[in-house]
Write a protein that binds this ligand. Structure first.
Ligand code: ATP
Ligand code: MG
Length: 261
């Protein structure tokens, strides 16, 4: 595994990342560093490559990495180029992606799915494993309470018959359970009603505070950012981050759009 000169306080460091799909170059050299506890928003026009970045970080096989590196500081303080890892390995060291379009898995109960995900995430930490299923359920229910998520969801099929907003809430519960080092939220706010955005965003803030998670939030709208209060806002256009700033950049974009960039 490749060694590097990564600053120890960083969680994630993306350098000159180029990614193609079907021979077409989509990401054309992305650089981004996310430290523990920081919130980075990525905005940008439709088709600019935001989800491509999210999926590449999660290890989706359709996306071909042409060049670049993505280092995540590992649990044993050894930095690892996650591009050399399988999606499962990435999840197990604490990379979490909340999808733009969560999938339904009929027949698999939410809490069973979450139990498997939890056991994989903490498989190297035997002290974190629950010996009895009931203890795991209690832990999960405690988190659902904290996030004000309806516990009835837990015994239903994974996303089966869930409304769009309910699926997104479940993703936040999954995030809380997996205690990620890095979480990528791809349009978690889309399709959510005003109260649900607040609930989801407040849940994310709680998780960040509790676990010092670094967060990349991809969004088209200001509202979720009012709650998440990003430390940095980046604009992606045609596969590159063309502008970065603080939260005031969001106001500018709301007023002027992307045309000037
Ligand atoms: N699986 C795929 N096959 C072919 N083309 C793809 C695939 N995934 C993405 N693309 C193309 O890559 C480009 C970037 O798409 P991506 O989904 O990353 O955009 P985005 O910034 O997330 O847009 P949106 O804001 O609409 O979600 C688009 O032109 C898209 O058509
Ligand atoms: Mg997208």
């Amino acid at each position: 595994m490749q060694k590097n000169t990564f600053i120890p306080s960083g969680v994630l460091k993306i350098s000159n990342l180029k990614v193609s799909i079907d021979e077409k170059l989509i990401l054309r050299g992305v650089n981004l560093e996310v430290k523990a506890g920081e919130v980075h928003a990525i905005m940008g026009p439709n088709g600019s490559g935001k989800s491509t970045l999210a999926n590449t970080l999660a290890g989706h096989p359709e996306y071909k990495v042409e060049s670049g590196s993505v280092f995540l500081s590992g649990s044993n303080l050894i930095d690892e180029n996650i591009l050399e890892m399988s999606p499962d390995e990435r999840a197990n060291i604490g990379v979490f992606l909340a999808f733009q379009y969560p999938v339904e898995v009929p027949g698999v109960r939410v809490q069973n799915f979450l139990k498997i995900a939890y056991e994989a995430r903490f498989k190297n930490q035997p002290e974190r494993q629950f010996k009895k299923a009931i203890d795991f359920r209690k832990h999960l229910q405690g988190l659902a309470d904290e996030l004000k998520i309806d516990k009835d969801f837990l015994s239903r099929g994974l996303n089966e018959g869930f409304s769009g907003g309910e699926k997104k809430q479940l993703e936040i519960l999954q995030m809380a359970l997996l205690e990620p080092k890095l979480a990528i939220l791809d349009e978690t706010d889309s399709g959510l009603d005003i109260d649900a955005i607040k609930k989801v965003a407040n849940g994310v803030v709680k998780i960040i505070k509790k676990h010092n998670t670094g967060v990349i939030v991809i969004t088209h709208y200001q509202r979720i950012l009012d709650y998440l209060k990003p430390d940095f806002v980046h604009v992606m256009i045609k596969g590159k981050i063309v502008e970065s700033g603080d939260a005031t950049l969001v106001d500018k974009l709301e007023k002027k759009g992307y045309a000037d960039l």
